[in-house]
Design a protein around this ligand. Structure first.
Ligand code: NAD
Ligand code: DAU
Length: 351
């Protein structure tokens, strides 16, 4: 790869994308980093305020479902590589509006693949298309076992079906057209700047505001949690050291049942907010289960650990502490993203 390459990062105004953009802009001053984002409800340029004036950073407002615009941008900027994160990413919203997920996650990915292919016309030396995916494509585990890179795809939600479909197209473009690609499938992320529709930031926001904590079903669902900056570091590692046409699973070696995680969060928040321990737990409310709710995700991340030397750098305790502190110190960010249409979504989802 060239020292001064142009990298297109899609979805860079979102949660994980903003951490990836910051890491690349700061760590690689000779790269030109282009952040392409449609700024949907989940995209927020406030997430990148600290780096927006850097000379190696450019923001492009564009929708990946617009194929002619995407082709034009490739013609103009000749991106050497793509790190593709833009997506509709929330399972509950995919149950309310599946087609929006097909449009962005499947058609949008196809548009990027086609633009990349048209731009380089089989001259792929030093180029790379890196597709960011999820462990949800593997479906649900029982109480034991782990997802490995060879686990068969078995998606259960419209979100995971759309991500699985996009993974297949990326792989197919590699096989059919010789496009150099790499894919990673990561477990649940948490950390600063996550939109408060996902479990951890939603519950932090509700605890701050003394609102009920809606635990789906009996709360005995298990997820493997990874601090977002460790995901960004894994993406940097795979982008630079991963082998073409390979998949890498990324996980936190950190499984939690939802109900245990929520109780821990309540305990830590009570201490931070100076409330009597036990206060926030009283907000827990068991609500109607998510349809098609996957029982358990757990990642075997030994391939990336053994082959590329990546392991998480923070413990869950450290990551959760940093996360809670960030939300408490950034209440205006929380307030701005939870006004307006957030309230409409909340009513639709929870009442
Ligand atoms: P997010 O919802 O916070 O951000 C998505 C970003 O994509 C937003 O900035 C949004 O504006 C942008 N976007 C959406 N539709 C677009 C379109 N049509 N054109 C251009 N931009 C568009 O998502 P996230 O949690 O940061 O996830 C990023 C990626 O990582 C996704 O591909 C997701 O599937 C994957 N992933 C997420 C997690 C997780 O726990 N959050 C775990 C594994 C993989
Ligand atoms: O596993 C990776 C995936 O993790 C990513 O691909 C997705 O983009 C990301 O959204 C996340 O999906 P989940 O569905 O696991 O995350 P979510 O935060 O929505 O839910 C986590 C668990 O908490 C899940 O078992 C559902 C439960 N839950 C969630 C919400 C929002 C509740 O019990 N109550 C809630 O209000």
């Amino acid at each position: 790869m060239k020292d001064n390459q142009s990298i297109l990062i899609t979805g860079g105004a979102g949660f994980i994308g903003s951490h990836v953009v910051r890491l690349f802009v700061e760590k690689y001053p000779d790269y030109n980093i282009f952040n392409l984002d449609a700024l949907t409800y989940a995209g927020n340029l406030e997430n990148l305020k600290d780096i927006e004036s850097k000379s190696n950073y450019t923001f492009l407002k564009a929708d990946i479902t617009n194929s002619s615009l995407i082709n034009e941008l490739f013609e103009t900027y000749k991106f050497d590589s793509v790190i593709h994160l833009a997506a509709e990413s929330h399972v509950d919203r995919s149950i309310l509006d599946p087609l929006a997920f097909v449009k962005t996650n499947v058609i949008g990915t196809m548009n990027l693949l086609n633009a990349f292919k048209n731009c380089w016309k089989d001259q792929y030396q030093g180029k790379r298309f890196y597709h960011i995916s999820t462990d949800e494509v593997y479906g649900s585990l029982g109480h034991t076992g782990f997802f490995t890179e060879t686990t068969a795809y078995d998606p259960n939600s419209p979100y995971s079906a759309s991500k699985a479909s996009s993974d297949h197209f990326v792989r197919a473009y590699g096989e059919t057209y010789g496009m150099p690609y790499v894919i990673s499938n990561c477990s649940n992320n948490y950390g600063p700047n996550q939109f408060p529709e996902k479990l951890i930031p939603l519950f932090i926001n509700n605890i701050i505001n003394n609102k009920s904590l809606p635990v789906y079903g009996d709360g005995n669902y298990t997820r493997d949690w990874l601090y977002v900056i460790d995901h960004a570091i894994a993406i940097d590692t795979i982008f630079h050291k991963g082998t073409n046409a390979e998949t890498y699973n990324i996980g936190g070696f950190n499984e939690w049942k939802n109900i245990d995680l929520v109780k821990l969060l309540c305990h830590l928040m009570d201490k931070k907010l100076g409330r009597q321990v036990g206060t926030s737990e009283k907000l827990i409310t068991f609500v109607k289960d998510r349809p098609g709710h996957d029982l358990r995700y757990a990642i075997d991340a030994s391939k990336i650990k053994n082959q590329l030397g990546w392991i998480p750098s923070v413990t869950f305790e450290q990551g959760l502490e940093k996360t809670i502190n960030w939300y408490l110190n950034n209440e205006s960010w929380l307030e701005s993203v939870t006004s307006g249409t957030y309230q409409d979504y909340y009513k639709k989802q929870y009442t």
